[in-house]
Design a protein around this ligand. Sequence first.
Ligand code: CUA
Length: 158
Amino acid sequence: MGLKVERYERIVLYATVVVLVLAFGAIVLSAVESNIHLPEDYRTIDPNAVYQTPPFDEPGVYQVGEQEYEAVVVAQAFSFTPSEIRVPAGSTVTFLVTSTDVTHGFLIPRTVVNGMVIPGHITRITADFDEPGEHLIVCHEFCGIGHHAMYGKVVVEG
Ligand code: CUA
C-alpha cells in the first residue's frame, strides 16, 4: 500500500518536472523562432571620450546602402545630437546611440525602437521607416531635471 503511494508521488513529481521542462523549452523555442532579443549591446566605449571616438566624433545620418542609413546619435542631459534625423520614406535606419553622462532612453513610439542608452555602451537598433511623416524620439528613462524636455525627431521625407 505505502509503496504504491510512493510510486504514485514519484510519477507526479516526474510529470511535474517534464511539464516544467516542456514549458521552459516552449518559451525558449518561441523566442528563438520569432527572433525576439534585447537591443544588442553592440560594443563598449569610453563615456568620457564619446566625441573623440568614431563614429560619435561625427554624429549624424549616413547613407550606407541603397535604402539603408546609419544614424549616429549622442545622448546627453538633456538632448540628442543630432536632434533631427532626416531619411527618405522606405529607409531602413540603424541607430547607434551612446551617452556621455547618465542612462537615457531612446524610444520612437509606434516603431520597434525602444532602448536604454547606458554610458560606456553603444545601443544599436534597426527600424524601417516606410511612410512619410514625423516621429518623436523620446528619452523615456528618468535622467534628471530636464528629462521631460529631452527629445528629438525622425523626419521621413516623402
Ligand atoms: Cu534623458 Cu530622460
